[in-house]
Design a protein around this ligand. Sequence first.
Ligand code: CA
Length: 671
Amino acid sequence: MKKTVLFLLIGLAVACAPKKAVSSPDGSIVVLFSLSDEGQPEYAVSVDGTPFIGQSVLGIETSAPLNLKNGFRLESSKVTSHEEKWSQPWGENKEILDRHNELEVKLANEYCSLTLRFRAFNDGVGFRYEYGIPSEAKESIVITDELTQFNIAQDGFSWSIPAHFDSYEQEYRELLLSELENANTPMTFRTDDGLYGSIHEAALVDFPEMTLKNVDGILTAAPAPDGPNNLEQKAVVSGTFKTPWRTIQVGRKAVDLINSSLILNLNEPCKLKDVSWIKPGKYVGVWWGMHLGLYSWGKDARHGATTERAKQYIDFAAANNIDAVLFEGWNDGWTVANADHDFDFTKPAPDFDLDAVLAYAREKGVDYIIHHETAGEVAWYEQQLEKDLDYAAERGIHALKTGYAGWLLDGHYHHSQYGVRHYAKVASEAAARKIMVDAHEPIKETGLRRTYPNFMTREGARGMEWNAWSSGNKPSHHEILPFARLLSGPMDYTPGIFDIEYRSIAGNPDVKVWNNTHSSKCRVNTTLAKQIALWVTLYSPWQMAADLIENYEEHPAFQFFRDFDPDCDWSEALQGEIGEYIAIARRSGDKFFFGATTNEVGRTLEQPLSFLKPGVIYTATIYADALDADWQTNPYAYTIETRTVTSADTFTVVLAPGGGQAISFIPSSTP
Ligand code: CA
């Protein structure tokens, strides 16, 4: 009898335990919300009826005399549907479909209200916390931790960089999910069942970045602390605050992750009224010469940014259909090898006549990208930011590259709330003056380019520079980036090094080693054709041809970059596997561009050209690895072939070990 009553009570408790669900528009992905016995919110995600994210707790910890994590009761919930097509001034795709179902769960405990908002898309899930704290403890609530779990239901393989609060310039690790101690996001994985996923965040505003750490076998949110001397504080918030969206992308194929717009769909619409001045482009500059040690940043005979050299680069840009030029070291305050932290962004170096360079660029129809290297001195930079941006705007400059080389920002971690606020401030002050931004040593992108489309591109991973002065980026780095780093947004990788082994500077007495990880073995781990393909596969609205212009002069393969248009309208990742190979097509106006790259393993892809516009005859120019090309032993061997094709054709794409292939498709006739 007693037993029966007990079972009855348990049955009632289960029946009453609040559970709410929302499914994706196609029904394949289901998010299930529940409250634990302690009133702590939890969630789980299934895909095709199979657990994908097992039961996972939600909540936030604070040092304030508040409880933001449990004791909640369900006040109300509702499910709504949303379908909208929106467009952006630039991007992998200019037209985007936002189709999702949303579950809004309103909770309350004795301290606060909490709305949990879950959005289920056909390609994944996003959710965020929206807290309201109606007590006297409203101001300056210190958040000490986030409890969000991502309890991935199966083991599998993962690709990520380690969680590091100061630098994303780390080598990718390929690890079993069960072996992952910590990771930065996007953290991409393939489950043992063959489903693909990636955990990241969207709309990172006024909050620290989220990393992941393994807590008792479950990947758990780990927000960046304020700094090494303030490890407990993760964020300071006011009484009403929203966290960024926590995102879980889902793909049946690896390339589905790339073709997803989930991160952008979870950001706010554009806040800029006039976006007519925001334009993608191609650029060249002296940057690679500095990294090779051929030029210096500072004031000596090897100074890269001289008036004379700037005019050469402007001439080259004008002659080669390149939009802009960039000269690091243009300003006063650099010593010979590195920064003396006394930069002045309103005073050109003595041998760089900025106004003369700008006049010359204008005459030739070439734009100028100004450079601000802050060395991470953010408070100092913010003090003079408006004056520095005014200085550029008054001169008709519409583009800025920033740099934050070095550890810590005024004692705060780079990716802390302090850093997140700073980069947003620069983007918004720049937007007010019609200036586009390319940030190096940035905060990772989380789709904010939708809201502030002047924030064009950024670094935020190991870029080309590492090849100049370290053991370099492995071939497979470039087949991981599109599935990991680039899921967050564009990357200014600066591809296109044609002098792969630095032969043109060998024995040059001007070359000085400036970095202690440099060795005589330094080179780019690539074939030549792969360097061309990276202009397509590593998306950036500003795309640099990074080599010394001398290495492009007269080079037949540079025709691809002349023809290339980074202002694409449409993109599709066609085939690929993470860390193995990738093939992507993009359309810019009526031209199409195709790029494919492979890791250390040579391979042959069958690629239907069905992405081309039916009925149009195209001239395809194919920049391929020669049959005997090999990134280690024969990196320069390439072929250029022209064919007449239509969308009914299929290409056999042969990629050398560490190689690639790029194709331009230019319409030769329309029916
Ligand atoms: Ca860097």
